[in-house]
Design a protein around this ligand. Structure first.
Ligand SMILES: [Zn+2]
Length: 211
């Protein structure tokens, strides 16, 4: 499973969805039906196309490390993983056509409803408004929009489980920035990005053709 984290990031890099130091992936694993109290997350300031299992950081899900070299988007990952009951993976990248479509003012949630190959397998949640990268605001909006739920500053995963709704979507767009997807493993989360990116490419080419 950890090997797939690096494989997914290399594929995202190959497709131009991230530059070398962008993007982050996290995982919380279930072993023998028991969810781990640890999460794994890609490190900060490392070339993401060279990530291998030994580079991935393991943290207690309730730990809030200060000055620790975890991903800039650590809070976004932690919020989304906090109430996992089975293995859950979070992928945050900047796929070109999806970001371009949002930038062009296309409502990717509405548009996604017209494409059966997307909506059958990938639920697209409400787009997150423009927030600063790495901010708590981005973490909160992304988590909230993936859940259709209320938002609080959690102190522990127990508190999260009492106050947040279940994850309701597979992916959300983040305006002028990227996407955040959730899956049962890194490739599952990757496929949600890929499907949305594919229809955004079609939408942009269709729009360009009508002008
Ligand atoms: Zn980002």
């Amino acid at each position: 499973m950890l090997t797939a984290v690096g494989e997914v990031l290399r594929e995202c890099y190959r497709r131009g969805w991230i530059t070398t130091r962008d993007g982050n992936v996290s995982l919380r694993m279930s072993l023998e039906g028991q969810i781990s109290s640890f999460m794994h997350i890609t490190p900060k300031g490392v070339r993401k196309n060279t990530i291998h299992p030994e580079h991935i950081i393991k943290l207690n899900i309730d730990a809030l490390p200060a000055n620790f070299p975890v991903s800039t988007e650590f809070h976004m990952h932690r919020y989304i993983l906090s109430d996992a009951k089975t293995t859950r993976c979070v992928v945050h990248v900047h796929p070109t056509y999806t970001v371009a479509a949002m930038y062009a003012g296309i409502d990717i949630v509405e548009a996604s409803k017209s494409f059966p190959e997307l909506k059958r397998y990938t639920r697209v949640g409400p787009t997150v408004p423009v927030c600063e990268a790495g901010s708590i605001q981005l973490a909160e909006f992304t988590n909230k929009n993936l859940r259709r739920g209320s938002n609080v500053h959690p102190q522990s995963s127990n508190q999260i489980m009492e106050s947040w709704q279940e994850i309701a979507y597979d992916i959300v767009g983040q305006e002028n920035h990227g996407v955040c997807s959730v899956g049962k493993d890194p490739w599952d989360a990757f496929e949600h990005v890929e499907r949305l990116e594919h229809i955004c490419k079609i939408l942009l080419q269709a729009n360009a053709g009508t002008k």
